[in-house]
Design a protein around this ligand. Structure first.
Ligand code: SF4
Ligand code: SF4
Length: 305
């Protein structure tokens, strides 16, 4: 079976778990969070990202495209994504680097080799490798993910997985021996709101969290906090109650304030940025939510990742 596509290998990351980490971003996700800041992570196939602001309408890409997907009309570039096969022929011919293919194949050994280059930094900082996405746990060739974790673990590298939890529990069970921490997202507690903002029911996600906790998995709970969506004491209280009532043994809580940095990427993929009503929560609100967790006995609560 084909290897999953990777859309970024980010070195020296300090926002995806402890210490200095190499974050490997997998392409493909079954969820559609309104606030997703990595829209290039959503589809499982390769795609062309077009950075419109860099395009000077020079026309170089027109003759390079075997599918006729590019045309210059009235001094402007028109790109027909429906014709594009993401072959990449046009990319190197663009003088302004306005074109980029998102999604690349790697072997497990190539990724392990890349990760090992920074061993010294992991050792000094308590870091390691984080697998992120997209949704790592939903990759069709899941054996690839298991093998990657197994090999990293064998090298003594700490492995974290950033997950929405939306995958069969058997997959978590299979990978558990090689994973030090799951960075586990709790996006919404009520089923209706979860369907509205994320596109799927959350029953499986919450059930998997309970089972992982019971199995003794390392868990950092991550809650995206979005103004106009869940940045309210009532919503935070629901999350706290769920964690307490189900005795979820979280090693830490990360409250992640919404940002709209990824907004521009939607245009590059010809997709609309659906929700314009989302707001960046202010610092005082975030402090208030942090205090709420602390008052309920959670000792390690952080704002940010
Ligand atoms: S990636 Fe290939 S098919 Fe798509 S626009 Fe470029 S040359 Fe055409
Ligand atoms: S080659 Fe690049 S700069 Fe030239 S028209 Fe195509 S996208 Fe625009």
């Amino acid at each position: 079976m084909d290897a999953p596509l990777i859309f970024n290998v980010q070195k020296f990351s300090t926002h995806d778990g402890d210490g200095v980490r190499t974050t490997i971003f997998f392409k493909g996700c079954p969820l559609r969070c309104h606030w997703c800041h990595n829209p290039e992570s959503q589809r499982y196939d390769k795609e062309l990202m077009l950075h419109h602001h860099k395009c000077t309408a020079c026309g170089s890409c027109v003759s390079r495209c075997p599918e006729g997907a590019n045309q210059i009309l009235d001094g402007k570039l028109f790109f027909n994504r429906a014709l594009c096969t993401a072959c990449g022929n046009c990319v190197d011919w663009c003088p302004t680097e306005a074109r980029e293919i998102v999604g690349e194949e790697y072997t497990v050994d190539e990724l392990v080799k890349e990760a090992k280059k920074d061993l010294i930094f992991y050792e000094q900082s308590g870091g390691g490798v984080t697998l992120s996405g997209g949704e790592v746990m939903d990759m069709k060739n899941f054996d690839f993910v298991v093998e990657l974790c197994r090999k990293l673990h064998k090298e003594g590298i700490s492995v974290y997985i950033d997950t929405s939890g939306y995958a069969p529990y058997e997959r978590f069970e299979k990978i558990l021996p090689y994973v030090d921490v799951f960075l586990y997202d709790i996006k919404r507690i009520t089923r209706e709101e979860h369907i509205e903002y994320i596109g799927v029911d959350n029953a499986l996600i919450l059930e998997n969290l309970k089972r992982l906790s019971d199995a003794g998995a390392g868990l950092y709970i991550r809650i995206p906090v979005i103004g106009g969506v869940n940045a309210s004491p009532a919503s935070i209280t629901r999350a706290i109650n769920f964690l307490k009532e189900n005795n979820i043994k979280a090693r830490q809580i990360n409250l992640l304030p919404y940002h709209d940095i990824g907004k521009g990427k939607y245009a590059g993929l010809d997709r609309p940025y659906e929700d314009t009503k989302m707001l960046i929560p202010d610092k005082n609100e975030m402090e208030q939510f942090k205090t709420m967790f602390e008052e309920h006995g959670f000792s390690k609560v952080y704002i940010g990742g």
